[in-house]
Design a protein around this ligand. Structure first.
Ligand code: ATP
Length: 449
């Protein structure tokens, strides 16, 4: 039995209804597993990326930022091993024409054999032998479709960092150990995408490669493993839903010296799944690029007058998968005392909430809308605010609960008399009365990061 309930279906519907996430090209029937972020979703994902960038780049002096291009020289993907080995085993059903990963646990029997049973149509003996399928998207650089101009959409952002290792090191005069971080799109032609934004064919990664002296790599590996787990907790993810999964010898990539995944309990059938990988990659990447490019990528350690190829400790996390974890973690349906209708709440960490405060005039008269509009304008200088004067006040609160707005400010009759407003807390439902002129400072302090 899974530990947590399955909220995915409810989330998909909430995300569409309230403008977090839409199916891509929906009016054409949608495309296979790509999604568009709507007005609230783009804010949520941006807040996650900002939290990562601030923690990894801005708050430290040993990590530099980078934004490398998606299209790279095709030799990069030969050097990285992606052309030869970034493959999944694929099987086809000759009856229903569906495709599966050969290691799909829903397949009964052995693909390619008479007992191989298709998980979709249930036929026996219709599954093909597994064949290897490369997950990289190919496209053409320039106007002529010839093999000389084949390029790939990057399947990870990391390679842009490796090939710029010396550019960044020399231009910033960083000394090993130091890291390079970047956020960007990656593309994988996944055989079985699905589970909403969990596994898609276009997604965003937040990756950091930390370059260290060989021999110190396990120290830094342990350090980054802990740092990254703390970061996930700092987003408000329930610690009971987070764990480390250590890669066994069979799971380890051939070049990897050690690897841990941070897993999150998504509930339902997904259960615990990887959201981030922390890998000790040794000198595999720099050595391969050195070999394939013919350019030396060694680091010169001036105080000790020696040259060496640094080892790399990598942290690699999906922005979309983290957004899904954050949404699943935040989704709650609650009964409200004294009310028939319950409420749906996204108990998002205030720093991640797309809207930080709702501002409501209690009624549309007696100067309340004017006061509330003026206050909204003032608060918008500091954070995103939603102004709403329509419908019963209880409904306006519920609408903000459902999108995770941590505070709602109400302008009422007393406001006009003495300049105070109420602040309602999304989680405790408590209301407090404060001077309107202080409300911005109070909320800013509570949002934090
Ligand atoms: P998986 O085993 O789930 O396919 P992976 O081990 O191939 O993942 P990495 O290559 O280590 O993943 O990528 C690092 C991170 O990028 C993952 O932890 C995940 O958050 C994200 N990621 C990878 N593939 C996808 C995808 N198809 N859709 C969304 N996010 C992804």
């Amino acid at each position: 039995m899974p530990n947590q309930p399955d909220v995915l279906e409810k989330l998909v519907s909430l995300c569409k209804r309230r403008g977090f996430i839409f199916q891509s090209s929906e009016i054409y029937g949608g495309t296979g597993s790509v999604w568009d972020y709507g007005p609230l979703g783009v804010e949520l994902k941006k807040n996650i990326k900002d939290r990562w960038w601030n923690a990894m780049v801005r708050a430290r002096d040993d990590i530099e930022g980078l934004d490398a291009a998606i299209l790279m020289h095709p030799r990069v993907w030969e050097a990285s091993g992606h052309v030869a080995t970034f493959t999944d085993p694929l099987v086809d059903c000759s009856n229903c024409k569906k495709r599966f990963r050969a290691d799909d646990p829903k397949i009964k029997g052995t693909p390619g054999q008479p007992d191989g049973q298709c998980p979709a149509c249930g036929m026996k003996g219709t599954l093909s032998e597994p064949r290897m399928f490369n997950l990289m998207f190919k496209t053409f650089m320039g106007p002529v479709e010839e093999s000389a101009s084949v390029v790939y959409l990057r399947p990870e952002t990391a390679q842009g960092i490796y090939v710029n290792f010396l550019n960044v090191q020399q231009s910033t005069r960083q000394k090993v150990p130091f890291g390079i971080a970047q956020i960007g799109k990656a593309f994988r032609n996944e055989i079985t995408p699905g589970n909403f934004i969990f596994r898609t064919r276009e997604f965003e990664q937040m990756e950091m490669q930390f370059f260290v002296e060989p021999g110190t790599d396990m120290h830094w590996f342990d350090y980054w493993k802990e740092q990254r787990m703390e970061w996930h907790k700092s987003l408000g993810l329930d610690p009971a839903r987070l764990l480390f999964h250590e890669h066994t010898k069979q799971e380890l990539a051939h070049y990897a010296r050690a690897a841990f995944d941070v897993q999150f309990d998504f509930g339902g059938t997904l259960d615990f799944q990887e959201i981030e990988g922390v890998h000790n990659r040794g000198d595999f990447d720099l050595a391969r690029h050195q070999e394939y490019s013919g350019k030396k990528l060694e680091y010169f350690d001036q105080p000790n007058n020696k040259r060496f190829l640094p080892y790399v400790v990598e942290t690699s996390v999906g922005a979309d998968r983290t957004a899904l974890a954050v949404l699943v973690n935040a989704y709650k349906e609650e009964k409200v005392e004294g009310e028939d209708e319950g409420r749906t709440v996204l108990a998002l960490h205030p720093s991640l909430a797309p809207i930080k405060a709702g501002v409501f005039p209690l009624v549309k008269k007696d100067g309340m809308p004017e006061f509330a509009e003026k206050l909204t304008k003032e608060l918008r200088k500091s954070f995103p605010v939603f102004y709403d004067e329509s419908g019963a006040i209880g409904r306006r609160y519920r609408r903000q609960d459902e999108v995770g707005t941590p505070y709602c400010i109400t302008v009422d009759g007393q406001t006009i008399a003495d300049g105070t407003v109420t602040i309602r807390n999304r989680d405790t439902l408590q209301q407090e009365r404060v001077a309107a002129e202080h409300v911005g400072e109070i909320i800013k302090a509570r949002i934090g990061s």
